[in-house]
Design a protein. Structure first.
Lengths: 265, 252
C-alpha cells in the first residue's frame, strides 16, 4: 500500500478520494433523511452538461460542472416548491434532458471520446493539481456551511414544519442544502463519476442507519464507512488494475450487505 | 381587551381553498395563562385554524395577531412551542436520540454557526426533567412507546422556554395511563408555570376541570366557553359526539 504513493498522481488521487469521502458521507446523511436520493442522481447527470461545456470551451470541467449543477438545483427546487409540479417527474425530465444535452454538446464539438467516458465512471488517477485545488476550495466552503448549519438541517430533516414554527428560515435553508449537495456532486464526478456518485452519497448512511444509533454517531459511522471504502477501493483498483470508481462503489456495497446481515431483526 | 394580555388575537378570519371556505368569520382571543381546548368535528378546521395561527397556512382574509403583533411582523417564535399531530408516526429508523430531539428545540434560539451554551444545556436538561424523559435520553425516539414519544415532543417544545404551548391531538394511539399522565403534566404546566395552552383534542371531557375556555370550531367558531355560553357549547359538543356528559359534570 505504501509504494502506491511513489507517484504524484496517486497522491492527488488519494487526497481527492478522502475529500470526496468526507463530503459525500456527511451531506449524504441529509440526502437520505430528506429522501433526496433521486435529486442526487439527477444533479449528477446535470453536472455532465457542465463537463461537456467545460470540454468544449476548454475550461476546467469541474468548476463549470459546479456552476451548472448549482443553477439547475435552484431551478429544480423552484419548480418543485413554487409550481407544484410532480417532483419526481421534474427530476426525470432533468435527468434525461441533461444527459441528452451533454451528449449533443460533446458530439457537435466533435470530441465524444474517452474523456467524457471518464466522467461517467470516474477516473481518480487523472485528478490534476488544478482539479484538486478546485475540490479543496469548494469542498471546504461546503463543509463549513454543512457543519455551521448542521443542527438546522437536522431539525428540518426531522420535522420541517415544527422547524419552521420554531423560527427557522426553512425555505432558505433548503435552498442552501440543495446548493451544497449540487456542489459536492459536481466535485465528485472526477472520483466516482456521474453514474456512481449516488452510491457514494447514499450507501454509507444507509449502512450506518442499520446500527440504530443517534444522529452524531450515525454520521461518524457513515464517515468511517465512506473513507474506508474509498481507501480500500483505491488500493484494490491499484493492485488489480480495476476501474477505481466502480471498485469503490462495490466496496461500499459489501459494507452495506455486511451491515444488513449484522443487524437483522 | 388589552394587547398585552392577549396571546392570540384573531379577527374575521377567512381561509379559502379553491373557492371553498374552510374557515370563516372566526374572531377569538386567547389570553395569557389561559388553558383552552379546541374541539369540533373532524374536518371542521381545528387543525387548519392552528396552522393559520402558526403561519403554516396563509390566511385569505382577516387579521391574526401574536402577542399583540401582526403575524407578518412577529419574530419571537421561541415564545411558542408547537407539538404537531404526527407524534405517533415518527419514522422508526430515524437516527435521533431523545436528547438530540429535545435539543432541536434550542436550534432557532441558538442562531446560526453557534456552539451550545450552558444555558442551552440547562434548558434541555430541565425540559427533559419536567417531562420525565431524562432516563431515556440515550434511547432512539423510534424505540419509545407512544406515551414516551409524546412527552419527548413536549420536552422539545419546552426547551425554547415558550410562553404558549400549542398541541394538536398529539395523543392519538396512546394508552390510557399515559394519557392521564399527559393531562396531568399539561395541568401542571398551566397552573404551576402559568403556561398558556391551546389544546386540540377529542377528549374534552377528561380535561374539563382543567380548562378555562373551549373553542368549538366547525368552519366557524360555534361558541366560546365564557360562562353564559357553556350550555350551547356542550350542546355543540354533544352534536359532534364528544362526551357532553362529562363536560356537564364539570359545571355542576
Amino acid at each position: 500500500m505504501i509504494d502506491i504513493f511513489q507517484y504524484d498522481f496517486m497522491v492527488n488521487a488519494f487526497l481527492a478520494g478522502i475529500i470526496i469521502a468526507v463530503l459525500a458521507s456527511v451531506s449524504g446523511s441529509f440526502i437520505v433523511l430528506r429522501r433526496y436520493a433521486m435529486l442526487t442522481e439527477t444533479l449528477a447527470h446535470v453536472a455532465l452538461v457542465g463537463v461537456a461545456i467545460g470540454m468544449v470551451t476548454e475550461q476546467n470541467p469541474i468548476w463549470v460542472a459546479v456552476l451548472v449543477s448549482v443553477l439547475s438545483a435552484w431551478l429544480i427546487e423552484y419548480l418543485r416548491s413554487y409550481l407544484g409540479l410532480y417532483s419526481d417527474s421534474i427530476l426525470a425530465i432533468f435527468l434525461s434532458g441533461s444527459l441528452a444535452l451533454a451528449v449533443v454538446i460533446v458530439s457537435v464539438a466533435g470530441s465524444f471520446n474517452a474523456s467524457l467516458f471518464s466522467y461517467l465512471f470516474g477516473s481518480i488517477l487523472s485528478v490534476s493539481d488544478e482539479d484538486l485545488i478546485i475540490m479543496l476550495i469548494f469542498g471546504s466552503l461546503s463543509m463549513t456551511v454543512l457543519l455551521g448549519l448542521f443542527k438546522e438541517f437536522y431539525f428540518i430533516a426531522f420535522d420541517e414544519e415544527v422547524a419552521q414554527v420554531s423560527g427557522l428560515k426553512v425555505k432558505l435553508l433548503n435552498f442552501l442544502l440543495v446548493t451544497i449537495i449540487a456542489v459536492i456532486i459536481a466535485l465528485s464526478i472526477r472520483v466516482v463519476g456521474t453514474l456512481l456518485i449516488g452510491a457514494l452519497m447514499v450507501i454509507p448512511t444507509i449502512s450506518a442507519l442499520r446500527y440504530r444509533l443517534g444522529f452524531s454517531k450515525t454520521i461518524m459511522l457513515s464517515l468511517l464507512f465512506s473513507i474506508s471504502a474509498v481507501l480500500v477501493g483505491m488500493a484494490l483498483s491499484y493492485n488489480y488494475s480495476l476501474p477505481s470508481g466502480a471498485t469503490i462503489v462495490l466496496v461500499i456495497l459489501v459494507i452495506f450487505i455486511f451491515s444488513m446481515l449484522m443487524n437483522r431483526k | 381587551m388589552k394587547f398585552d394580555t392577549a396571546v392570540f388575537e384573531v379577527q374575521d378570519l377567512l381561509y379559502t381553498i379553491n373557492g371553498t371556505d374552510i374557515i370563516k368569520d372566526i374572531s377569538l382571543v386567547v389570553k395569557k395563562g389561559e388553558y383552552s381546548a379546541v374541539i369540533g368535528p373532524n374536518g371542521g378546521g381545528k387543525t387548519t385554524l392552528v396552522r393559520l395561527l402558526l403561519g403554516l397556512e396563509k390566511k385569505t382574509k382577516g387579521s391574526i395577531k401574536l402577542f399583540g403583533q401582526k403575524q407578518k411582523a412577529f419574530k419571537a417564535w421561541d415564545k411558542i412551542g408547537y407539538v404537531p399531530q404526527r407524534v405517533s408516526q415518527i419514522d422508526q429508523f430515524f437516527p435521533a436520540t431523545v436528547e438530540e430531539v429535545v435539543k432541536m428545540g434550542r436550534t432557532a434560539k441558538r442562531g446560526l454557526f453557534t456552539r451550545e451554551s450552558q444555558e442551552d444545556r440547562n434548558a434541555v436538561e430541565s425540559a427533559m426533567t419536567k417531562m420525565d424523559v431524562l432516563n431515556l435520553r440515550q434511547k432512539l425516539v423510534g424505540e419509545l412507546s407512544g406515551g414516551q414519544r409524546q412527552r419527548v415532543m413536549i420536552a422539545r417544545a419546552l426547551a425554547s422556554k415558550p410562553e404558549v404551548l400549542i398541541l394538536d391531538e398529539p395523543n392519538t394511539g396512546v394508552d390510557m395511563v399515559s394519557q392521564n399522565r399527559f393531562y396531568g403534566l399539561l395541568r401542571e404546566l398551566n397552573q404551576k408555570d402559568r403556561m398558556t395552552i391551546l389544546f386540540i383534542t377529542h377528549d374534552v371531557g377528561v380535561i374539563a376541570d382543567d380548562i378555562q375556555s373551549m373553542l368549538c370550531i366547525n368552519q366557524t367558531l360555534l361558541a366560546c366557553n365564557n360562562p353564559h355560553e357553556v350550555l350551547s357549547c356542550s350542546e355543540m359538543s354533544k352534536l359532534y359526539g364528544i362526551d357532553a356528559h362529562l363536560i356537564h359534570h364539570h359545571h355542576h
